[in-house]
Each structure stands twice: as C-alpha cells, then as structure tokens.
Ligand binder design. Structure first.
Ligand code: GA4
Length: 343
C-alpha cells in the first residue's frame, strides 16, 4: 500500500505560486500538445479554457439536476441505488465510504444501450436525455486531448489512446455530484467554519471539522473531465505533497489523469489524487464529471514507447474490467494499481 499523503492544505502564498496549468485549447496545436504533456507529467491535472463545449447544454443539465436534487428524499430514492446507474446519497462505492453529498451516476457512452440501466426511472430518463449531447461533446474533447498527448509523446500510432475511448463499448460514466450547503444544518457559531466559508477556495483550511464531501481518491479511468458551478471545494494533491484548492470557474473544465492513464504511460503520468470539501455556507456545489474509460475487455499495459531497458515495465497486462473490480473491492483511497505491479 502507498503512503497516505499528509493532510496539509496549500497556504494562500504557496497557492498563488503553485501555478496550476491553465491550457488554452485555441492556441497553436504543437504548443498545446507540449503544455498538456508537461501538465500531465508534473501535476496529473490541468484546467482548460476555450475548450469549445457549449455552455447552453451545461446549463440545461444543471437546471434539471437542481430540480431533481430538490425533490423529496423518497422520490429521489426511486432512482436508486446507483448500481451501476442511479441515485446515491452519502454512501460511496461498496465498502462503506461516505461523504456529505448526493449524486447521480449515468451511462457515459451515448452509443451503448445498456441493459444494466433498465428499468430507468422517469427522472433519470429526463436527465439522461439532456446528458447524452454533453457526453458526446466530452467524449470528442477527451479524444482530442488524448491525440494531443500521443503527439507530444511521439507515439507511432497517434490514435492508440483515443481509440480506447471511441470504442462503441466504452465503459464511460457520467456523474453529477450535489453538495448541499452547510446552512441547511442549524447554524453553529464555530469560528473555524466562519473563517473557512468566508474564503473557502483559497484559504488554508487544515481544520479537522471540514466537511468531507468526497474523500481523497484517484479515478480509475483514463481521463476525467470535471465542470463545477461557482461553488468551490475541489482540491487536488500536488506532487510536492500539498492539497491545492481549485477556485471554481464554470467557464473552465478541469482534466484529471486517472489510474489507467498512469499504467498506459508506465508511470510517466501519475493519476491525481483529489477530494472535495463541502464547506459552502449558502449555495450548493454542483459538479459534473465525464469519466473516459475503455471497454471492459480492453487490455491495458504500458505503451511500448514508454518502456525501455532503463525504464522497464511497471505493470503486467490487465483488463479495464479487472481494474474496475479492484477499485470497487477496495476503499476509496486504496492504491488499486499496486495489484497489477509487474514485480
Ligand atoms: C471514482 C471515480 C468515479 O466517480 C466512480 C467512483 C466509484 C463510485 O462512486 O461508485 C468508486 C470510486 C470512483 C473509486 C473507488 C470505488 C468506486 C467509489 C469507490 C469506493 C464512478 C468510479 O468509477 O470510481
């Protein structure tokens, strides 16, 4: 098992200095390709601007999602459990992890008519309808990013990565997380909370009483694309060992390297550990994520270009299905890739 990172949160000054990469997709292709490559190597995380994804569709999903989460618990439960798709509240995964959130897990591959998602509730049907256009756009964006990475890495086959996602059987997932505001519980005049909520996104909040919305973890897939409303809480764990709060910006998309990408690059990229602190005092945080994944039977192993006599392979081949099963059988913060080490 890997070492658990210390619970340090980036101080304001360090935060400013840390320069989380923001990549402008409308810039020259070769420049963007190099910037993405560097961001994946140094952070496993970056922000995207001018990404070309329409805000109109995002607003519709947001509106439908807020309507859904505002319903009485008994109605929402009819769309659950999220196994594999549906509504979940506070419990995450199968091993007892919990968080201060409720969420929807939906099919992220518009071309797959999944048997598993039947019978689908009325609510889910409405939301899935608006989501399908968005996931198509995000699948396209994910493939563009993967092609840019392939160019940056000088891979012989420039579509070897994007093909994994384009697969008609791609096991992509779409998720909407809703973090209710702190206000909904009776007001407690705790100075620590007051401080955090006044400056929730950039302040150091190493406070034990922080509400954990979604605990520390990495995503098992290849790439995650996250978009949030204007309420903060998302943090990623830097390679220097700090939690870096990401100020919310609805116009930006955050890109997160997942475990499968780490294995494909033989650890040249590291999956980014991240978490969400749900300390907003007045407004709910709403985030939506597209998790780009291969098909269940796709064989994953380090790309030949990532392996040499100086850089021997770190992973034995595994299928996405095997890694996914491992992820679900471990706790959220588990080091699932260790199960596939070649030694
Ligand atoms: C993290 C990424 C995606 O949200 C997710 C999550 C899944 C779940 O919420 O059901 C997991 C989590 C995620 C990783 C470890 C396992 C599985 C919860 C959990 C404890 C949908 C996914 O694919 O893996």
């Amino acid at each position: 098992m890997g070492v658990q990172p210390p619970n340090l949160v980036c101080k304001k000054e360090t935060c400013r200095a840390s320069k989380v990469p923001t990549i402008n997709l409308s810039m020259d292709r070769s420049v963007v390709s190099q910037q993405i490559l560097r961001a994946c190597e140094e952070y496993g995380f970056f922000k995207l601007i001018n990404h070309g994804v329409s805000n109109a569709i995002v607003s519709m999903i947001e509106e439908e999602s807020f309507d859904f989460f505002a319903k009485p618990a008994s109605e929402k439960q009819q769309a659950g459990p999220p196994n594999p798709f549906g509504y979940g509240c506070k419990t995450i995964g199968l091993q007892g992890d919990t968080g201060d959130l409720e969420y929807l897990l939906l099919e992220g591959n518009p071309s797959s008519v999944s048997q598993k998602s039947k019978p689908i509730s009325n609510d889910l049907q409405i939301i899935s309808g608006v989501v399908s256009e968005y996931v198509q756009a995000l699948r396209g964006l994910t493939c563009d990013i993967l092609d840019l990475v392939a160019e940056g890495l000088c891979l012989g086959d420039k579509s070897v990565l994007s093909r994994l996602i384009k697969d008609v059987e791609s096991d992509a997932v779409f998720r909407v997380n809703h973090y209710p505001p702190f206000d909904q519980t009776p007001k407690v005049l705790n100075p620590a909370h007051k401080f955090q909520t006044e400056d929730a996104d950039t302040s150091a909040n190493n406070d034990e009483s922080s509400r954990v919305g979604f605990g520390e973890h990495s995503d098992p897939q290849i790439l995650t694309i996250l978009r949030s409303n204007d309420v903060g809480g998302f943090q990623f764990f830097s390679q220097e060992g700090f939690w870096i709060p990401i100020p919310p910006n609805p116009a930006e998309l955050c890109v997160i390297v997942g475990d499968t990408f780490q294995a494909l690059t033989n650890d040249r990229f590291k999956s980014a550990r991240h978490r969400v602190l749900a300390n907003s005092s007045n407004k709910p945080r709403l985030s939506m994520m597209y998790f780009g994944a291969p098909s269940l039977n796709a064989r994953i192993c380090p790309l030949p270009e990532m392996v040499s006599s100086h850089n021997p392979t770190l992973y034995k081949p595994f299928t996405w299905c095997e890694l996914k099963k491992a992820a679900y059988s471990l706790r959220l913060a588990g080091q699932r890739l260790d199960l596939f080490n070649s030694k």
